[in-house]
Design a protein around this ligand. Structure first.
Ligand SMILES: NC(=O)c1ccc[n+]([C@@H]2O[C@H](COP(=O)([O-])OP(=O)(O)OC[C@H]3O[C@@H](n4cnc5c(N)ncnc54)[C@H](O)[C@@H]3O)[C@@H](O)[C@H]2O)c1
Length: 331
């Protein structure tokens, strides 16, 4: 039984806490929040939990093995370092920290103290995202051409981070996972701050990967519709992953191939006689067995702690996501 304290029970924290409470493999030793209102809220939900406004009270508890941190991004580094220093494993909400140097320091301390440092990139524990990963790895889509994602809605506006830092960690972590965590060749982005000065409400980010694979990420909290969609275009097939749909994955047997015409068009480098074959076959919507991603995420955290399983959202993955978030090359 792994004993876990949770720090931060604002908007997102209660979802983690609900999953920790329901998990038979762990026990919640404390919930911490500096807001009296949030402490009161959690106390009413779970009268049996020890609730405190003092982080040290939870960290000083020798019984506690691990800490889940669901506070604003600016506090992640300090809280994670304190928890690791106190000998706890940490699961930090996304993104792990505000800078690459901070993520590296968290990684160093975790390594030194033989503790797990994991980031809550929830979508890597989502069955649909994992299904697409399997399709890509099995070569079902052929060579990947490009990927574009849209994560849009009207709200929820934040003041501590912009739309990129709030929403794009999801898309970046998904795309990095699908591609095997590569280092991009270039990253560019453009955003606009409309509602609050200096805080972008809408951002378009473009990432160029090796092998001419391009990814485009569009995030916004100033949009008429809630959209959570990623399209992957491969040379053999194309996939649309729509997190809002009942059937989350649609696999299109579509593509464009160059047609060989005996005797005249065998030289594909000859641009003068382009003959193309437009393939438009069936659309497959596979059944994907779904489990709540936060349950899978917490089970993975427990597997890392108890059985030494390699963490799929460990420091290396967390660092790449932050590297891409801070990259700002405008061509
Ligand atoms: N994985 C996801 O899908 C997902 C979704 C939403 C938010 N998040 C992440 O969760 C984290 C929290 O986001 P949120 O929307 O819940 O924010 P929030 O502002 O609603 O809640 C944060 C809570 O942390 C508390 N807090 C702040 N500093 C603290 C400290 N030093 N010690 C103890 N408590 C402290 C605040 O009082 C507040 O109740 C962020 O990192 C965010 O990126 C993840």
């Amino acid at each position: 039984m792994v004993k876990i304290a949770q720090i931060g029970v604002g908007y997102w924290g209660p979802n983690l806490l609900r999953n920790l409470m329901a998990n038979q493999r762990c026990e919640v030793t404390a919930a911490v929040d500096i807001s009296a209102e949030r402490r009161h809220y959690v106390q009413r939900l779970y009268p049996a939990i020890r609730i405190t406004g003092n982080v040290n009270e939870a960290l000083d508890d020798a019984e506690t093995d691990a800490v889940v941190i669901s506070t604003p991004v600016a506090t992640h580094f300090d809280l994670a370092m304190k928890a690791l220093d106190a000998g706890k494993h940490v699961l930090v909400e996304k993104p792990m920290a505000k800078s690459v140097a901070d993520v590296e320091e968290i990684g160093r301390l975790a390594h030194k103290n033989h503790r797990i440092a994991m980031v809550g990139h929830t979508f890597l524990f989502n069955a649909a995202v994992r299904y697409v990963k399997k399709l890509i790895d099995a070569g079902e889509l052929g060579d990947l051409r490009y990927i574009y994602s849209q994560r849009l809605n009207l709200g929820r506006i934040r003041s501590d981070v912009d739309a990129l830092w709030n929403l794009a960690p999801h898309d970046i972590s998904i795309i990095q996972y699908w591609l095997g965590n590569p280092t991009p060749l270039s990253v560019s982005r453009r955003g606009v701050d409309i509602i609050q000065n200096g805080i972008d409400d809408v951002v378009f980010m473009n990432i160029l990967y090796p092998n001419k694979i391009m990814a485009n990420i569009h995030v916004s909290w100033l949009d008429p519709n809630k959209v959570r969609s990623i399209t992957v275009v491969g040379s053999k097939k194309m996939v649309v992953y729509d997190d809002m749909a009942d059937n989350k994955i649609a696999i299109y047997d579509k593509g464009i191939d160059r047609k060989a015409v005996l005797g005249e068009n065998m030289d594909y480098d000859n641009q003068h006689f382009p003959v193309f074959n437009y393939r438009s076959g069936d659309v497959l919507m596979p059944r994907v067995d779904f489990q709540e991603p936060l349950k899978v995420e917490i089970d993975h955290f427990l597997d890392c702690i108890e059985h030494g399983v390699e963490c799929i959202t460990g420091v290396e993955h967390a660092k790449k996501v932050v590297e891409i978030l801070v990259a700002n090359v405008i061509y």
